[in-house]
Design a protein around this ligand. Sequence first.
Ligand code: ARG
Length: 274
Amino acid sequence: MRTIVRPPRVPRPRRFLLCEPRYFDVQYAINPWMHDGAPVDTALAQRQWAALVQAYRDHGHTVETVPPVAGLPDMVFAANSALVLGGRVFGARFHAPQRRPESVEYEKWFRAAGFEVHTPEAVCEGEGDLVPVGGYVLAGTGFRTTREAHREVQEFLGVPTIGLQLVDPYFYHLDTALFPLDDTNIAYYPEAFSPGSREVLRRLFPDAVLATRDDALAFGLNSVSDGCHVFVAPQAEGIVEQLARHGYVPVPVDLSEFHKAGGGIKCCTQEVRS
Ligand code: ARG
């Protein structure tokens, strides 16, 4: 007789916004991952991205897309365009001048989809640095999004916003060092944070899954979880194994071409939370 073991984790269907990598490339360097040495294979990037979209749809998620724009090679990183919570859209103001025009394109999409967009006054890179979990917004700073933007997002959403200091340039966005596993728990790489911020994370999430530097460098923390399935870089072997041990179902999706620009699965994925 066989016993049926039910997965203990419960997935929740999500609405995702992505941008096809038709014009994706590395044409400037605004983080340590971006350099001339590794040219992008655009055709491969397109196939990897299509596999991500397919994986989301296969697991019951809705994927919508914003039209890509020539001359905006980082526009594929949809997560940076906004933080959407309770149907309220807190837009982006990019740090790098090369990326600033992206906000206009995403704003058009949000407006056409029936959302109002609040444009921040301070530099703010959307879900790259703003991660809602456990009734808070975890908010990274140090490289891109400013403390002033954290204040603005708290005022706009009325959600307690917890500033976290990033200290390692390889993990320049919060979503390269931390991701929510479900509504109450996270996985993160402690050394990406200042000692005080590490302590804050320890207090808030005592049961968090802790990742190694190797897993973080393999973009293993740039993952997307639906509460059960975790869309994760297969290169991050340690975190893949830990997730399985904690009752999550890892769904490996290889976005190696996007790593050349300093991005992975989460960077390519904006969640539209109604
Ligand atoms: N090349 C892009 C940049 O440096 C990558 C953005 C990655 N996005 C993210 N959500 N971490 O801005």
